[in-house]
Design a protein around this ligand. Structure first.
Ligand SMILES: Cc1cc2nc3c(=O)[nH]c(=O)nc-3n(C[C@H](O)[C@H](O)[C@H](O)COP(=O)(O)OP(=O)(O)OC[C@H]3O[C@@H](n4cnc5c(N)ncnc54)[C@H](O)[C@@H]3O)c2cc1C
Length: 419
């Protein structure tokens, strides 16, 4: 596809990936319709807000596998929903295959390349929206509480974190940071060249506003069916049928429903948060408590504590014990709490190799931008730029990110999903 200004494109999905992609395509002169199910609290809203440029290794590794066994809930943050073997087993087998050294190397090279431009792309995006204050570039601090803190900190400092740099927090600053907590902290590492989104609601709202004010069309509806024919693509919602030259599926964990011609083994890797008013008492940095697998992020007058990886089906009921654990950590750490906790849970869209699926899907006119797992916020702006270059200028993605890398399903040109 080359005549950008004449392209009619439908972007399906309401999260950060779809919104960034819709805006990027519009800015290149395409006529863009965003079809998004009304959903004020997708994963793109409920996350920890971290632009995690330091997370350069895909999580499909043998060490993750070890953690999946040693860090099981309630001892740690991991839960595996074995009551749903049809979801968990096929995904786990593919995960094991992805841990092989060769696969890991290819995956890491592709991820490092994406991450190398993740923060610059976010800076361009917030500048485009005239909202530089949406990005806080002070970086994140990892705190270690247990007695082996110094060895672990030394190990962390020796690692290669891509475009991010890990620096030891000096004793005086560590003392200051630690004074925010009732629980003792033994070591601290600051990851520089990382950032945070300062307001998760505003970032999503501003993307939609920028899209609409530049001439984009928004249809708040669930896309029930996507198919292609000789004229392009057709998307059906409950009330309308829309034709375009091509479509991008960016529906997070629900993306496979619109791409039945692909084997796209997506699991819901669910996380939980509690959010509350800190009453103006919080002055500390955004923090990862490594021993608790807990991230504490400030969003203006609110604090949000985020944790857990629960491998399950997107539709399964939440586990209220996860919120109780979050509350226990908040109380133990002595974080300032004013008012009630607001609980949330949501799904990271995760493929077994912990890499996103980006680009052409093998079905003419149908593209994918999904499977961003723990890094969807981080990679949203660069995904949008790269997918736009792929669709309009023919730039390629490495095979490790191809949406058909897990295979294709028996031929299917049409799919209908009741909703
Ligand atoms: C607890 C937690 C903490 C996280 N922390 C971070 C972090 O700090 N940094 C980071 O980079 N990432 C983080 N992530 C991951 C990140 O939030 C996700 O990778 C990202 O939000 C995925 O974005 P998405 O747009 O693909 O999907 P989603 O945010 O899930 O959005 C998909 C949207 O599409 C809509 N939709 C689905 N199907 C259809 C359809 N057929 N028609 C129309 N609309 C449809 C849904 O309603 C939804 O609104 C975290 C995730 C969790 C759960």
């Amino acid at each position: 596809m080359t005549s950008a200004s004449h392209s009619k494109i439908i972007v399906i999905g309401g999260g950060i990936i779809a919104r960034c992609t819709a805006l990027a395509l519009l800015d290149r002169g395409c006529t863009v319709t965003l079809i998004a199910e009304p959903d004020p609290v997708p994963a793109s809203w409920g996350n920890a807000g971290h632009i995690a440029t330091e997370q350069v290794s895909p999580l499909a590794t043998w060490s993750t596998l070890r953690r999946l066994t040693t860090d099981l809930f309630p001892r740690g943050p991991v839960a595996i929903d074995w009551k749903r073997p049809q979801t968990v087993l096929p995904w786990s087998l593919r995960f094991l295959r992805s841990c092989k050294a060769r696969q890991q190397e290819r995956g890491e090279a592709a991820l490092r390349d994406l991450l190398s431009d993740a923060l610059p792309a976010w800076k361009r995006l917030v500048a485009r929206m005239n909202a530089p204050d949406l990005l806080d570039e002070r970086g994140i601090v990892k705190l270690i509480e247990k007695s082996d803190a110094n060895e672990r900190a030394a190990y962390t400092l020796r690692q290669d974190w891509g475009t991010s740099t890990a620096k030891s927090v000096d004793p005086e600053t560590l003392k200051q940071i630690a004074s925010n907590f009732s629980s003792p902290v033994r070591a601290g590492i600051r990851f520089e060249n990382t950032a945070h989104i300062t307001n998760p609601t505003r970032v999503l709202d501003m993307l939609l506003e920028a899209f609409l004010s530049s001439g984009g069309t928004h249809i708040p509806a669930y896309a029930r069916n996507l198919r292609n024919d000789s004229n392009g693509v057709i998307v059906e919602t409950r009330n309308t049928t829309i034709q375009a030259d091509c479509a991008v599926v960016a529906c997070g964990v629900l993306s496979p429903a619109l791409l039945p011609h692909l084997v796209l083994p997506m699991i819901a890797e669910r996380g939980y948060h509690l959010e509350w008013d800190h009453g103006g008492e919080w002055t500390g940095p955004n923090v990862v408590f490594e021993d608790r697998a807990l991230v504490v992020t400030r969003f203006e007058n609110r604090l949000r504590a985020t944790s857990f990886v629960e491998f399950t089906d997107h539709q399964s009921a939440p586990d209220p014990r996860k919120w109780q654990h979050l509350e226990r950590h908040i109380r133990e750490l002595g974080l300032p709490v004013h008012g009630r906790f607001t609980p949330w849970y949501g799904s990271r869209p995760t493929l077994p190799d912990y890499l996103p699926a980006l680009g052409t899907t093998g079905m003419p006119g149908i593209f994918a931008a999904c499977g961003h797992n723990h890094l969807g916020l981080t990679l949203a702006a660069t995904t949008a730029e790269r997918l736009t270059a792929h669709m309009l200028d023919g730039k390629t993605f490495p095979p490790a990110l191809h949406p058909d890398r897990f295979g294709t399903a028996p031929s299917s040109t049409s799919h209908f999903r009741k909703h």
